[in-house]
Ligand binder design. Structure first.
Ligand code: AMP
Length: 419
């Protein structure tokens, strides 16, 4: 049998899973300090959640969903994103009455999109995301931006990534802008790509996101939404910019950002890799999504960061060396000492040391070679005679020094800690 991995999926091997664990650790730690609580929701949901909640005219919903009928003929979709799922849970599980507002949630998990593959783009990928419910203040937008910026800072990626922000206004100001945009595009529509032609009627804002050169050329002089914001949306956007300046979070304004899902309003933003041009994350406000999915009108804001792309950047910039875990000590034993020595091995592990031992029943020489190969800092040697005398040898593999010491945890610890 020769069964291959599915296209667009990847196996995360130990060398790389260390990087994932490191990022996830930072994510957990940051969210703890911001008092953001973890939520875990199912990987699949009823298809209507995405069709209704996310809107029908985005690429994600139109072309990229993994949708299938289950054994009872129900239409099921593997989650292409998690905001809609979190909103579903927020409503269905009655979080607004169980927790105090603002309700701050985070998640890490796999998403599924049937995408054309390229560097950093997979069909199964992972996102870290944060969703805040209940605050319509720009301060909530700012706090979520602080969370994502803090993650980039901790990963040493702040100067490798641009924060691009925009405001797409509210329903009121967007309507006026869309009319102006369509007026501008109409005479040129015949020269644009087929996707833009469809979007012109169905979701004209998305035209701004087209990457085809002939379309972006036409759009160069298109009206920008920030010129059409109503007083409330303008004030909100000014506040966001003022706060980012004060917090010394660098950003640029990109009036072409509209985001891939069409539930956003007011502030939207994306983090884009400066060298690779890849989006690393994105988010914004989505004040109407909770009511669209059937809940009580609730303002909300959030973001999603692509975990695979963070890993890619850490590798690209060689920021992963520090993540190599060292083996603190290898216990070199023979057949008679292996089992009696286990309690020392496991005690050291309980204290947080990384310990390896002879579970392959290798010879003494082979064990030394192995300890060298895995880069153990110390080797503790316990043969039959030493064990009888309650003694052992400990060898510092870096300096080559070797000492005969008492076989007890404190004596071993002392040698390791004082190296
Ligand atoms: P989106 O939900 O499309 O705004 O995506 C948020 C983030 O998830 C993006 O900025 C990417 O970093 C990441 N992402 C989206 N789609 C993919 C994909 N197909 N493969 C890997 N990462 C992705």
């Amino acid at each position: 049998m020769n069964i291959a991995r599915q296209k667009g999926c990847k196996d995360i091997l130990p060398d790389e899973s260390k990087i994932w664990q490191y990022i996830e650790k930072q994510v957990r730690e940051i969210c703890r300090t911001y008092n953001i609580n973890e939520i875990r929701t199912p990987v699949f949901e009823a298809t209507e959640l995405y069709c209704r909640g996310v809107g029908n005219e985005t690429d994600i919903v139109n072309k990229e969903m993994y949708t299938f009928l289950d054994k009872k003929g129900r239409s099921i979709t593997l989650r292409p994103e998690l905001t809609a799922g979190v909103v579903r849970a927020y409503i269905e599980d009655g979080l607004s009455s169980k927790m105090s507002s603002p309700i701050k949630l985070w998640y890490v998990g796999n998403m599924y999109r049937y995408e054309k593959m390229q560097k950093g783009r997979y069909r199964e990928f992972s996102q870290f995301g944060v969703e805040y419910f209940g605050s319509n203040s720009y301060l909530a937008d700012i706090e979520t931006i602080c969370v994502s910026s803090e993650l980039l800072k901790r990963l040493d990626l702040s100067d490798k990534v641009n924060l691009e922000i925009n405001s797409i206004g509210c329903e009121k100001c967007r309507k006026e802008y869309i009319n102006k945009l369509k007026e501008y595009i109409k005479p040129n529509l015949c020269n644009m790509c087929d996707t833009c032609k469809v979007r012109f009627d169905k979701n004209p804002l998305r035209i701004l996101d087209c990457k085809e050169i002939k379309c972006s050329d036409i759009l160069k002089n298109a009206p920008v939404i920030t010129d059409f914001l109503c007083d409330d949306c303008r004030k909100d956007f000014e506040n966001i910019k003022m706060a980012l300046n004060k917090l010394e979070i660098e950003y640029t304004i990109n009036p072409r950002i509209v985001r891939g899902l069409d539930y956003y309003n007011k502030t939207v933003y994306e983090y884009v890799s400066k060298d690779l041009g890849l989006a690393v994350g994105g988010g914004g406000r989505y004040d109407k999504l909770v009511s669209t999915i059937g809940g009580v009108d609730t303002p909300a804001v959030g973001f999603g960061m692509g975990m695979d792309r963070l890993v890619l950047l850490l590798k690209e910039y060689n920021l992963v060396d520090k993540l190599n875990t060292n083996i603190d000590v290898y216990f070199l034993t023979d057949e008679s000492t292996y089992i009696p020595i286990q309690k020392y091995i496991n005690n050291l592990r309980s204290l947080g040391y990384v310990v390896e031992s002879n579970i392959q029943q290798r010879s003494f020489n082979a064990q030394f070679k192995y300890a060298n190969k895995i880069g153990a800092n110390f080797v503790v040697i316990v043969d039959k005679e030493d064990f009888k005398d309650n003694k052992c040898d400990i060898k510092n593999m870096i300096t080559g020094e070797q000492f005969k010491i008492k076989l007890d945890i404190n004596s071993i610890k002392e040698k390791i800690d004082n190296a």
